[in-house]
Design a protein around this ligand. Structure first.
Ligand code: SAM
Length: 514
């Protein structure tokens, strides 16, 4: 659920309050395995009711709800899976997500203790005492299946960063779970072998899963507590993986884990950190942090900046936080800085990550065709703004014609969203432009929002009224003929007209790149 501060009002609160209605419909459909039933040739309500042994009365309404949330479609007679349902929630499909979804359902009762946890300052429920070994093994399997659903899709997002590299040697996967991340690498790079570390009870199941995939001889299993020294070779690994481990422990424990990971790396090896980070998906990271507060002893979310600082203390060089298309992100680290340049990291993705880290709300790559230049925008400045003629406002700013010509020299741009105060926003836009220049976009040029408010007091010469800080001043988008509303709309966002004083203001800037 995306929070647009312009839309705050009772509807957003209602949507938050009924969020669980959506989850419950999904959980129930997975438990009833509706999607597997519908997969081959769809079914009518009566046929589904027959298989599930329930009356059609409620079922028809339930199926309508599944239609409404995009999981099934109806041709007037039969219900069929949508592509989403068919790809991800039909039992037996390689990217099946049902175990993970039902694991989320299982967490619900703990979440209902949130008030109690807040009052107690921590977790209030603890793992079942006197659990027999079979019950424990069953619980572990459910947990590992859930992690496996997610990790299989994540490794498909991680592997492309290694395109063009011929990885060989040894992987070390710490807290491997199902081993899905290591498996992705074993599948893609046939000369790799893997050492996977986890608690013994998990490894019993990991072995089963690895054997099913035919990796028998290529995997070694090391049962260990990763909070204690690791019984593996120092400096012995070409790839060390820490996937969804960082959020499980405290700020005292994580530096030790990172240091051990660094010590296990060969001089030519890579370390991959895969996790949730507030700089990437802010709301999901904050909620996962709360999930760790409720369900673990001391797990929590860390910022990418903090993790990179810890890695630097372990003498590793790192990339910036690399966002995946989904809710998690990566940090790659190595002992040798030049190695990181071999990864397939799109320069633009790296730049976006750096600029986002400066405190912007959003940094969107757009084509230059998205930028709409119009001839009317400076009329709003000339008739309707008391800054007209001052500083870099029209007519002292680039004309629409000049802007159209300038755009011919660029191929793409970043649309940058931020918040007031304007001076801070404009300083950051300037810093973003400089960053782009320094990483090699030599033509980088920024247009920001509103009249220039960078200097205090304004550096306009008293006698001639011209700016004494042309080095830092930049034109505003609208002053240079860019229709901000249309451009933002074409970029897939919406920008509301402010009707009253005090309404939330969103600033947009444009960074042209070549
Ligand atoms: C969230 S899962 C992540 C699994 C896997 N890396 C992935 O990305 O799917 C965390 C894993 O770390 C393991 N783990 C957590 N704490 C551990 C510890 N102290 N010693 C060994 N393994 C641990 C858990 O058993 C679990 O398999």
């Amino acid at each position: 659920m995306w929070h647009n501060p312009e839309d705050v009002g009772p509807q957003y609160l209602e949507d938050l309050a009924t969020g669980y209605w959506f989850s419950e419909v999904l959980f129930t459909a997975i438990e009833l395995d509706v999607f597997t039933l519908l997969e081959s040739e769809g079914m009518t309500t009566t046929e589904i009711a027959g298989v599930l042994d329930m009356p059609t009365s409620g079922l028809g309404r339930f199926l309508q709800a599944l239609c409404a949330i995009g999981l099934v479609v109806n041709d007037g007679e039969r219900y069929y899976n949508t592509k989403l349902a068919s790809d991800y929630i039909v039992l037996g499909k390689s990217n099946y997500q049902g175990d993970s979804i039902l694991w989320r359902k299982g967490l619900k009762s703990e979440w209902q203790n949130l008030t109690e946890c807040l009052r107690a300052g921590g977790r209030v429920n603890f793992p079942v005492e006197n659990e027999g070994p079979e019950q424990f093994a069953r619980r572990i399997r459910k947990y590992i299946d859930a992690m496996d659903n997610i990790a299989r899709t994540k490794v498909a997002e991680i592997l492309p960063f290694f395109e063009g590299l011929e990885l060989n040697g040894k992987i070390l996967d710490i807290g491997t779970g199902s081993g899905a991340i290591a498996s992705g690498f074993l599948e893609r790079f046939p000369s790799l072998s893997a050492t996977v570390v986890d608690i013994q009870e998990v490894l019993n199941y990991t072995r089963e899963l690895m054997n099913k995939k035919g990796f028998g001889q290529r995997v070694s299993y090391v049962p260990a507590n990763i909070l204690e020294p690791w019984p593996v070779a120092k400096g012995g690994f070409d790839l060390v993986i820490l996937s969804n481990i960082i959020h499980a422990y405290s700020e005292e424990e994580i530096p030790l884990i990172l240091d051990r990971a660094a010590n296990c790396l060969k001089s030519g090896g890579f370390l991959i950190i895969h996790d949730f980070f507030p700089e990437h998906f802010t709301a999901k990271a904050a909620l996962l942090d709360l999930n760790m507060f409720i369900n673990t002893y001391n797990g929590r979310i860390f910022s990418g900046i903090w993790v990179r600082e810890q890695l630097a203390m372990s003498k590793l060089y790192t990339t910036e936080l690399i966002p995946l298309a989904t809710d998690t992100a990566l940090i790659f680290a190595a002992k040798d800085e030049t190695l990181l340049a071999n990864l397939r990291l799109d320069e633009r993705i790296r730049l976006i990550a750096r600029i986002k880290g400066m405190g912007f709300e959003r940094v969107l790559p757009i084509d230059k065709e998205t930028i709409h230049v119009a001839d009317w925008t400076d009329l709003r400045c000339q008739y309707g703004c008391d800054r007209y003629g001052q500083g870099h406002c029209p007519p002292n700013s680039p004309t629409p014609e000049k802007t159209r010509n300038v755009l011919r020299d660029f191929s793409h741009a970043l649309l940058i969203e931020g918040e007031p105060p304007g001076k801070m926003f404009q300083s950051r836009v300037l810093a973003a432009e400089r960053e782009a220049f320094l990483v090699g976009f030599h033509k980088a040029f920024a247009y920001w929002a509103g009249p220039c408010v960078l200097c205090n007091p304004c550096a306009l010469g008293v006698n001639d009224g011209t700016c004494r800080n042309t080095r830092d001043a930049r034109p505003s988008m609208e002053g240079a003929g860019i229709d901000v509303y249309e451009t933002v709309k074409r970029a897939g966002l919406d920008l509301k007209i402010l009707r009253n004083k005090g309404e939330f203001v969103r600033y947009f800037a444009l960074l042209l790149l070549e």
